[in-house]
Design a protein around this ligand. Sequence first.
Ligand code: PAF
Length: 283
Amino acid sequence: MKIFNSPDRISVEINRIRLGKKRIGFVPTMGALHAGHLSLIKQAAKENNTVVVSIFVNPAQFGPKEDLKKYPRPIKKDLELCRKAGVDFIFLPGNKIMYPQGYSTFVNVEGLNEVLCGSARPGHFRGVTTVVAKLLNIVRPDALYLGQKDAQQALIIARMVKDLNFPVKVKVMPTIRENDGLALSSRNAYLSKKERNDAVVLSKALLLAQTLIDNGQRQANRIITRIKQLISKKRSARIDYVSIVDLENLMPLKKIKPGCLIALAVKIGKTRLIDNIIINEKA
Ligand code: PAF
């Protein structure tokens, strides 16, 4: 496994791979890797000859009051996990390489970035699309692997890829969960034992929604009310949003339809967690 800190260095290797007509699969991350990331790496390895992982805690996607400083950075462990998972190249740039003095270009996917997490975290998705655009230009992969847990992020990146004609296929892989249903997230590490137990209410609420729909409920507001009631039973939980939206444009739906997205963001103690499900065809 080769580790690169500079775009120029990794570019030389990428050119070599591309000349050999080998497929490149790319998994962008902010480190603190877990089984969710590893499933993306595994899929990338299955479908490509070369797997590139980037590890970069991107300051541009954190708000001034967010957890940039305390975001976990277990770099040794991350590198070991990548090595074991068969990653070929790691791109591990520093802030100054990604955003040198005078840096002033940002990519903004309008509309989609203003709703759901976008309204609670202004500027967040602008930071995400900016860094992913840069990473795609540096790594030039054939396929980009993202997790469904960050459904809005995946949709926004897919929109950017389409709108800006990036020659890459976006692959969105299923959310990986703990045995009790909690969606894996690097931020789960912030939870106390009690909060960790409470956090399972997010996935329980989504399961409840699926059950209500399976039993014939189609009114979005009724389902949202039941979800909110369930989550509010946990004293540590503060709901940011519970929304039922069209997966194409993230606009709120009054009635459930197949393929719609139920998404929620909840603060458990001080930790903001997100989760979602796509309602299956049965609906
Ligand atoms: O999902 C993440 O870890 C980040 O938002 C990403 C896509 C690596 C961009 O910094």
